[in-house]
Design a protein around this ligand. Structure first.
Ligand SMILES: Nc1ncnc2c1ncn2[C@@H]1O[C@H](COP(=O)(O)OP(=O)(O)OP(=O)(O)O)[C@@H](O)[C@H]1O
Length: 596
């Protein structure tokens, strides 16, 4: 959990560096010292000018020039050295900060209920973890360091301004004050809100971009253009519109600021001529030269303060995004976890709604069902009825709003996450295979599985024919060098992962959805292997695949509307029997069209 009770954002950010935060503080101190040291050579230049003007036109009589030069050089070297060590310190701390922030976010993500990931795009999360932490790293490593120098320089500059010639100093002060006046709106609450909005639009655009890239094959297949991806287009438009509006809203203060920082000369030169009058005073002339040399440095520093303050806003928004992840409630593990007594599953009066969906009807409405140990049941019914939601609540992708779900007579909320996950294998509708070897993709199913175990699992799920055709057998990397697998083949590999896990409860969500008839036959064969002596929940649209299960539950509008075995349900002439008739008709149509 982030320490949000600590109101000071900067301290919260710095605390991610752990003990390395002291290096940031030391780095800032060295930056201030370095800024002072780097100003000292200018004073010696002023001394040199004075010494030369005092003896003009015979410059050979000028004294102490070598001392001034050595001193200027020494301070310049000292300034650069301090700068180097200061930057080392802030960099070390910033790298640690970025790493710790990434670790905290990733570790927390691992503790979140799996349902969180179906409502957050991978692009959006990636943007937060990669981009946001990088923003804070840049801020801590470079900009904070620059800021210290940028603040110290004008302060020392002001002291020098007044100690050399208070009148010229006063004139130079006018544009500095104007700079601060024009900078003020850039740090206002509105400006901060705008920066937050900017980050939000950027995040949305990133998320939609990833969805778009994932959907390119579909776009091409249906001969659509990027304009068919309404969400992506809208995200780009929103981002573009907001960026333009934001830029326009800042153009007046920004222009005024730029004019004032570059306005030193406009004031200084006429003022110098006026103050000098008709008498040419050598000392005044030397001072005037000093201000001419010095003022551009001050302008650069003011510009730095301006950019650093904007970068702080970015870093602070980035911190907000990271903390938003860290503030997400993790899956609460029970204090006194209990072990399931067996592998039965029971739903008692379960009501459930997705947080992000408003509606009059509950997504799940008083769902009751009982699956005995080693029984195989099927959930069937119209699309959107709630089958996947029912199955997802068992491994706690989300927690129920009302009622309870028990595994082995123990409420799933009283079973430790580790124990629950060990007891359940979930084969998803859309299988995720990593761009890694087949071996690694399957081995992930069980820690410490041997190569032999992996091969056996692949054999049991009818994958031998796939492996035989691959150039490097089970070590072939999926997706490399033209090695692509069909949907049905991928599903069989995913089943091998489940076989290896050997969990006593198996949930199969549309495991044959992507398969052609040959693959479907092989997948069915694989399923009958892995479901032996297990408690199994199958979600299926192809009713032929669930005909022989122990019990079928028909789910419609979030309720269980019918239950029984295939024969009793067909005889009852309800929803299932209608679905069965329609299913058989669709098969006949298919056969006829193939014959024609
Ligand atoms: N992550 C989610 N966030 C919000 N709503 C969701 C989410 N997942 C599903 N829903 C909604 O919950 C309802 C039930 O969906 P669910 O996927 O459980 O149905 P299903 O019977 O499995 O459908 P299908 O057979 O098409 O897979 C639908 O209205 C769906 O839009």
């Amino acid at each position: 959990m982030p320490e949000t009770q600590n109101k000071n954002k900067f301290i919260r950010l710095l605390n991610y560096s752990g003990n390395y935060k002291y290096l940031t503080i030391i780095g800032m101190f060295l930056s201030a010292l370095s800024a002072i040291c780097l100003l000292v050579p200018f004073i010696y230049i002023w001394d040199v000018v004075n010494a030369l003007l005092a003896v003009a036109p015979d410059f050979t009589k000028a004294q102490n020039l070598d001392v001034y030069a050595i001193n200027a050089f020494t301070f310049a070297i000292l300034g650069i050295t301090l700068n180097f060590f200061g930057l080392m310190g802030t960099h070390l701390s910033a790298f640690k900060n970025e790493k710790n922030m990434k670790d905290a976010a990733i570790n927390h993500l691992l503790k979140l209920p799996l349902g969180y990931f179906s409502n957050h795009t991978s692009g959006g999360l990636r943007k937060i973890i990669d981009y946001s932490t990088a923003k804070t790293e840049v801020f801590l490593a470079h900009q904070l360091f620059d800021l210290t120098g940028a603040i110290v320089t004008p302060i020392v500059f002001l002291i020098l301004l007044f100690s050399f010639d208070w009148l010229l100093g006063l004139i130079c002060l006018i544009p500095i004050i104007l700079c601060f006046v024009f900078m003020y709106p850039m740090f206002s609450k509105e400006s901060r809100n705008s920066m937050e909005k900017y980050e939000k639009y950027l995040e949305e655009m990133n998320g939609e971009a990833v969805e778009y890239v994932r959907g390119i094959p579909v776009t091409k297949a249906f001969q659509q253009s990027i304009y068919s991806f309404k969400n992506f287009i809208n995200a780009i438009k929103n981002y573009g519109k907001f960026s333009a509006e934001y830029s326009m809203s800042t153009h007046i203060p920004m222009t005024a600021f730029t004019v004032s920082i570059n306005g030193f000369f406009a004031l200084l030169i006429p003022a110098g001529i006026l103050l000098a009058g008709s008498v040419v005073d050598v000392k005044f002339f030397a001072n005037f030269m000093f201000y001419i040399i010095f003022t551009p440095i001050c302008a650069v520093m003011m510009m730095k303060i301006m950019t650093v303050s904007q970068d702080w806003m970015l870093a602070s928004c980035a911190l907000d995004s990271i903390e938003a992840i860290l503030n997400e409630c993790p899956l609460v593990d029970p204090i006194n976890p209990q072990k399931p007594k067996n592998h039965s599953i029971e739903f008692e009066g379960v009501y459930f709604d997705y947080e992000n969906v408003d509606g009059d009807e509950h997504i799940l409405n008083d769902v009751n069902l009982k699956i005995n140990e080693n029984e195989t049941v099927a959930l069937v019914g119209p699309s959107g009825g709630g089958k996947t939601t029912i199955a997802s609540l068992i491994p706690r992708f989300w927690d129920v709003n009302q009622g309870s779900i028990k595994v082995g007579d123990v409420d799933v909320r009283d079973i430790s996450t580790k124990e629950l996950m060990e007891n359940i294998s979930f084969v998803f509708q859309n299988t995720t295979l990593f761009k890694d070897s087949i071996y690694n993709n399957v081995a992930i199913g069980r820690k410490g599985a041997s190569r032999e175990d992996v091969k056996k699992a692949l054999s049991l799920t009818q994958c031998d024919d796939i492996i035989d055709e691959l150039p490097d057998g089970i070590d072939t990397v999926i997706g490399s060098e033209g090695t692509y697998l069909s949907g049905g083949q991928q599903q069989r590999i995913a089943l091998a992962r489940a076989v290896l896990k050997d969990a006593p409860i198996i949930i199969l969500d549309e495991a044959t959805a992507l398969a052609d008839p040959e693959n479907e036959y092989l997948i069915q064969k694989a399923i009958s292997e892995i479901t032996k002596d297990k408690t199994v929940i199958m979600i299926a649209h192809r009713l032929s695949s669930v005909k022989n299960v122990d019990k079928i539950y028909v789910v419609e509008n979030g309720r269980i509307v019918e239950e029984g075995n295939h024969h009793t349900l067909v005889d009852s002439e309800g929803i299932y029997s209608r679905m069965w008739v329609e299913f058989n008709q669709s098969i006949q149509w298919k056969v006829k069209s193939e014959v024609i």
